[in-house]
Write a protein that binds this ligand. Sequence first.
Ligand SMILES: [Zn+2]
Length: 191
Amino acid sequence: MTYKTHIAFAGAISLYPLHQLQLHHYITPAQLPTLLGALALGAVMPDIDHTRSYISNKVPILPYIFAFYTKHRGFTHSLFGLAVVALLLFAIHRFKGVQTATLAAFWFGYLLHIAGDALTLSGIKNFCCDRALYLFPRFLRFRTGSFGELVYFFLFSAAAGYEYLLFFDPTHMPDITRHLHTAIDFFNSLL
Ligand SMILES: [Zn+2]
């Protein structure tokens, strides 16, 4: 799955829970851009094990190290990888003081990346204990970069856009560049 479809999928799944969290005052409208930025960043991060992915183009060297040690959709796309990321995020919270909500959004985005790849024909080959992970029956799966993926991309984007307009006050609607800057700032704060 390409990074755009991953972000659209993460948005389509997460906007309703975010709306509920905001409704019950667990998060504030002011937090929303940071949470969406962290979610989007988490949703592209697992492909750091692929030297030609979107996230790999943003981070030098690291993808080559990953690609050397693990195969694509290996460690970073596994239950073990999810647990390691959770531990790393906990350490970031402890030592860098990043808010739990932001880190939870990142982790949820990461989880949704794995779920997204599990919708594709190749699925996640080694998710846990030598078992593959597929979320759809075979006839609903698609090949990465195919026309089928484009259809899913439009469906996820339409759902995410609709939820955004429905659930969030347009006066608080942050524009996309602000989201990206927040994601980049968040990323820089970790380095
Ligand atoms: Zn992936």
